[in-house]
Each structure stands twice: as C-alpha cells, then as structure tokens.
Design a protein around this ligand. Structure first.
Ligand code: ATP
Ligand code: MG
Length: 187
C-alpha cells in the first residue's frame, strides 16, 4: 500500500471526523473523455457537471468516520487481495429519481462485485458500519439533470482497473473535493 500523506486526514487537528468512501478512479485521460461526452449533453439538457478530477465509481460509502479509526480501516483494507478487471464504457444513462447522468459499462465483471464484497466484509469485521443497500455501480457525470438525450461515444472508453482507493470528501469554497487517504493494487 502507498499512502498519500500529503493529503492525510490528520493534517488538520481540528477535524475529528472525515467523510469517507472507497472507490475506483479512472485515469485523468478517461476522466477528461467522460467529462467531454457529458458536457455536450449538459449543453442540451441542463444540469451540473461533475468536475473531471472528481469522476469515480463508489465501491462502498462509509460516511462520517472518526479520524482516529482511519488507520484501523486502512489495515483492514490492506489485507484484501482482489483481481484487476476491465470496464468498457460506451454510453451514458439517466437516473431520473436521482437526477443524474452516469456513465455505464456494458458489463460489470464479477471481479468488481467480489472486490466490493471483500471490502464490506473487511470493514464490517473491523467494526465499521455502513448502509446495507445493494451495490449499484454507476459513474456520476452530472447532477440536477431533468432530461436526457443520448449522445453516443465516438469510441467506447476502455478502463483497465488496477487499483482501488479510500477517499475523503470535503466541502470547500471551490465545491466538493476528494483526496485519497490510501490506495491498494489489484493483482
Ligand atoms: P455532493 O454531495 O456535494 O453533490 P458528492 O455526492 O460527490 O457531492 P459525497 O456526498 O461526499 O460527494 O459522496 C461521495 C461519494 O459517495 C459519491 O459517489 C456519492 O454518490 C456517494 N454517496 C454519498 N452518500 C451516499 C450514501 N448515503 N450511500 C451511498 N453512496 C453515497
Ligand atoms: Mg452527495
């Protein structure tokens, strides 16, 4: 495991809790491509774009977490071994109830669900709690969208997923900002 100490949640001694989630995050190049696809849709349909650097797929949302427990969380996560997998993303979808446009992969391979189950088991055994709702993979690209016109990808995006991350979400003056507190390779 490598740790982004620069972004460590303990940097600010006044913070007692962190808003955390586990995620996979595509390369900057893929984030940019996905951002460009949805930008066209937003121009047409309205809504608020997710900043390209924030584009991710949430594996498990933990929410408010005591920062004193983050090292135990990372230890639990570090014991997981899981496999790499590929996602082919060729379309966007509209989730009307949540008013989002999200990127959708043709197939979500079993390795993804195995990884999520492994994370759930590991963090539960380490004493952490989370909502037990079913995992529905999606990559949010825009919010507050009320209608959706399909814009085809010129070429599907091929995302080779080779690591997963523990992310902290912070509200800042520049909007929501994510920082990674830990990352683990897939094999
Ligand atoms: P904002 O809430 O300002 O629009 P955001 O949703 O990107 O921004 P967070 O609310 O911190 O930021 O959420 C971080 C990630 O966790 C996002 O992928 C979000 O969809 C997911 N998430 C947030 N709340 C939950 C929840 N209760 N259950 C499952 N996933 C959640
Ligand atoms: Mg949110």
């Amino acid at each position: 495991m490598t740790t982004d100490t620069r972004n460590n949640a303990n940097n600010n001694k006044n913070e007692k809790y962190a808003r955390l989630f586990f995620a996979i995050q595509p390369s900057k190049k893929i984030q940019k491509t996905l951002g460009q696809v949805v930008e066209k849709q937003i121009q047409h349909d309205g809504g608020r774009l997710i900043k390209p650097e924030n584009i991710h797929l949430t594996l498990l949302f933990l929410g408010k977490t005591d920062i004193d427990k983050i090292s135990a969380l990372k230890t639990a996560a570090g014991n997981i071994t899981a496999k790499t997998f590929n996602l082919t993303i060729g379309k966007t979808r509209f989730w009307k109830r949540n008013q989002i446009i999200y990127a959708h992969a043709d197939i979500y391979p079993p390795e993804l669900f195995t990884l999520v189950d492994a994370i759930k088991n590991a963090v539960q055994n380490a004493g952490f709690e989370f909502d037990s709702r079913a995992f529905k993979p999606h990559i949010t690209l825009a919010r507050k969208v009320t209608r959706h016109t399909l814009v085809d990808f010129q070429q599907p995006v091929q995302w080779h997923v080779k690591e997963w991350l523990l992310m902290q979400s912070r509200q800042t003056d520049q909007g929501i900002r994510y920082t990674s507190l830990g990352r683990w390779p897939l094999h």
